[in-house]
Design a binder for this molecule. Structure first.
Ligand code: ATP
Ligand code: MG
Length: 611
């Protein structure tokens, strides 16, 4: 199977923690005391007032994570969250949690709640603890609508904005393109007082939707199309989730965002590369508002980084919504979804996602990260944390035919003990790893594929005449099998070799070629196990006009009834395990109960995709 271009190759971080370019910028700025003169306020609230009334704060960075509450967060957002909150944490600053809710149409409270839960779960907080004071930094861009409106009136008054009443088609035609400069609107030279009156009519609902827009007055011939008098306010009669019907005009994102950053005194406004061409307007706007005394210097600065592209994963909100709406998955938190809620339910840990964000680094060029890098981070996090356990996912019965003869009774069982963590997981001097116990008896479940009547070359597991260890139990010698009328395997037969139990002096007296995992009928518990695979078979299901639905993996979920050892059946919801030889699994946080265990496969023990 080919994979998409992969940068960086797994395990080889392109940029590790100390190095990335944003850290260099921040360290330079902190070194130069860039923020020492900054006036700090409490909560931004009404903006201008707050900006001028603050107390002095020592040099301290402020970043922000500004999602629009119009969908659930995904793994790409996780990168941005880890970056923004991580930088604030590492440099003793604060990261603002801000909802960029300037578009009234698609935003909903359920997304606000979902986003806050996701950020918290990832391990980050928007509280600051400075000078013995704890403050929450949770903000809504819509709380600044009054200030934004005043900023717009100021721009009009100062001759930097005008109400344009061309039709949308005329505006588009007059914008020009890469090769052709734009053409000035006939409304461009209207007097400020006239513009102001017209803008107030827009605000007061005297013009229909779309009849006019407020535009910044910059340069219709600019080589950067974003500087050709961009629209900054539009008329839109829509109920806003926060401000209700108070407004029928709404600021455009490109106008609102720099103002939000400035009011909150953000120092490093970090966004994805597609906003690079917007930076001149960002700087222009802040500079005008500083001139007008609405905002105090120093200005916030925008920095761009490459968004996360992950193979086998789709991050378009619209397409994710389509997967849910058309029941290709069970919901937003389906364990195959790349949403943070999906990853969580799949068994990904906050630490593994933080590690992932760190490992993929921050760069200024777009690249693709191979999905296996994400899986590798999960394994790395769980390797020394997840308790081990045995589970048989494709069970066939193994009968120890001489059990009664050796132990005097076919129903005799014996306790086996195994460490729940590998020895290396416990630091020297920290004691013994926790133990788990389970029973062995005359009949045990083994994996169907651990028996071969005629073994292929190199096969070391059960075949007639071969010696194999039941992990943590006895060495056995395979003697044959039983089949049904159609030739299907129904039982594997073996003899137990006495005095070879693991942990006893005789354990090494015979040499077994392999150790296999098993669960006894005496103590095994039936469990539902959901074997998840990648949701798409194509590393790039979205590219080049492909229909991503065609790349859906028909085998992305296989549900089996397995047998698990008793320690696993006692799992708490969301508890992670390594099922020996099988991979990492989690007790489903919604469906698992001790009486009815349900496990999700997070990932295998090693990268075996396509092999
Ligand atoms: P929309 O198209 O609705 O704007 P979006 O994915 O940009 O979708 P936002 O809510 O605006 O969603 O995203 C919040 C933040 O997350 C933004 O700062 C954005 O740059 C960042 N972000 C979104 N997708 C990715 C990604 N794939 N990698 C890194 N950061 C991302
Ligand atoms: Mg966005």
């Amino acid at each position: 199977m080919t994979t998409a271009p992969q940068t960086p190759p797994s395990g080889e971080p392109e940029s590790t923690r100390p190095g990335n370019f944003l850290r260099q910028i921040i360290e330079h700025d902190l070194g130069a005391g860039a923020y020492a003169q900054r006036l700090w306020g409490g909560s931004p609230g009404d903006g201008a007032h707050h900006q001028q009334s603050g107390a002095r704060d020592p040099a301290r960075i402020r970043t922000r994570f500004p999602p629009e509450p119009n969908g659930h967060l995904h793994v790409g957002h996780a990168k941005s969250i880890c970056l923004n909150f991580g930088l604030a944490r590492d440099y003793g600053g604060v990261c603002h949690m801000r909802f960029d809710d300037t578009n009234p149409e698609k935003e909903e409270q359920q997304y606000v709640d979902s986003i806050l839960e996701a950020v918290r779960w990832l391990g980050f907080s928007w509280d600051s603890h400075f000078g013995g004071k704890t403050e929450s930094h949770l903000y809504y861009a819509s709380d600044y609508f009054d200030f934004m409106y005043r900023a717009a009136e100021y721009l009009i008054t100062a001759g930097h904005a005008y109400v344009d009443e061309q039709t949308p088609e005329q505006m588009r035609a007059n914008r020009g393109d890469f090769n052709t400069p734009g053409t000035n609107s006939p409304y461009r030279n209207r007097a400020p007082q006239e513009n102001l009156a017209r803008f107030r009519q827009m605000r007061d609902g005297q013009l229909p939707d779309g009849a006019a827009v407020l535009r910044a007055r910059i340069d219709m011939a600019s080589g950067n199309i974003n500087m050709r008098d961009p629209a900054i306010y539009r008329i839109k009669r829509a109920t806003h989730h926060n401000t209700g019907d108070k407004w029928c005009i709404y600021p455009m994102y490109t106008f609102a965002h720099p103002i939000e950053d400035a009011l909150e005194q953000i120092t490093h406004s970090i966004c994805t590369l597609e906003f690079e061409d917007q930076r001149p307007f960002y700087d222009w706007l802040i500079a005008r508002l500083i001139e007008g005394g609405l905002i105090l210097p120093p200005p916030p600065r925008q920095y761009e980084f490459a968004r996360l592209n992950l193979t086998y994963v789709i991050t378009s909100k619209r397409k994710l919504a389509q997967l849910v709406a058309e029941n290709h998955v069970s919901g937003w938190d389906d364990p195959r979804m790349p949403t943070i809620h999906g990853l969580r339910r799949r068994g990904y840990t906050p630490a593994s996602l933080q590690l992932f964000a760190e490992r993929i680094g921050v760069t200024k060029t777009d690249s693709w990260i191979d999905y296996s890098v994400l899986e590798g981070c999960l394994r790395e996090d769980l390797e020394n944390k997840a308790h081990r356990g045995m589970a048989v996912l494709d069970p066939v019965k193994l009968v120890l035919t001489n059990w009664a003869e050796i132990f005097g009774d076919a129903s005799y069982t014996e306790e086996c003990t195994q460490p729940a963590l590998p020895h290396g997981a416990i630091a020297p001097g920290q004691g013994e790893p926790p133990a788990r116990t389970f029973k062995i008896g005359a009949q045990v479940w083994i994996e169907r594929q651990d028996f071969a009547e005629t073994p292929p070359k190199g096969y070391k597991r059960l075949y007639p005449g071969n010696l194999v260890r039941l992990k943590g139990g006895y060495v056995i010698e395979c003697t044959g099998c039983a089949k049904d009328a159609s030739g299907n395997l129904t039982e594997v037969h073996a003899k137990v070799i006495p005095d070879t139990k693991s942990g006893t002096p005789g354990a090494d007296s015979v040499k077994a070629k392999a150790a296999i995992t098993w669960v006894s009928l005496a103590s095994g518990i039936s469990a539902q196990v959901r074997l998840y695979e990648r949701l798409f078979t194509d590393p790039n299901p979205d590219a080049g006009g492909k229909n991503f639905l065609q790349a859906l993996n028909p085998d992305s979920l296989k549900t089996v009834t397995a047998y698990v050892e008793p320690s696993l059946a006692q799992a708490r919801p969301d508890e992670k395990f390594q099922f020996e030889r099988h991979g990492y699994f989690v007790a489903d946080r919604i469906d698992h109960t001790p009486g009815k265990p349900v496990f999700n496969r997070i990932t295998g023990l090693k990268d075996s995709w396509g092999k």
